[in-house]
Design a protein around this ligand. Sequence first.
Ligand code: SF4
Length: 85
Amino acid sequence: MNVRARDRINVESFLIPIVKKLRDVKMEKKANHCIACSVEQCANNSQSGYCVLDKIQVGTHESNPTVVQCTDCESFVLGTDHCCH
Ligand code: SF4
């Protein structure tokens, strides 16, 4: 490995955790404590039990919703760190 490639890896390994930490701090600061949410796979989740949006849209996929399982957060966006496959 040449010096330039090694330096690049060192810089990336140094910067990536800092960028992730800054993102986490930003998300925590923005946590909307009026919207509790445990869906950590969502890009809008603060990772501390809250949504970061100012408001969310709740809907249903049923024609006659009768139980909580019939409801959906329609503001859900799959986060980049997660995948359902
Ligand atoms: S958008 Fe919905 S699912 Fe996503 S964090 Fe907010 S409340 Fe939770």
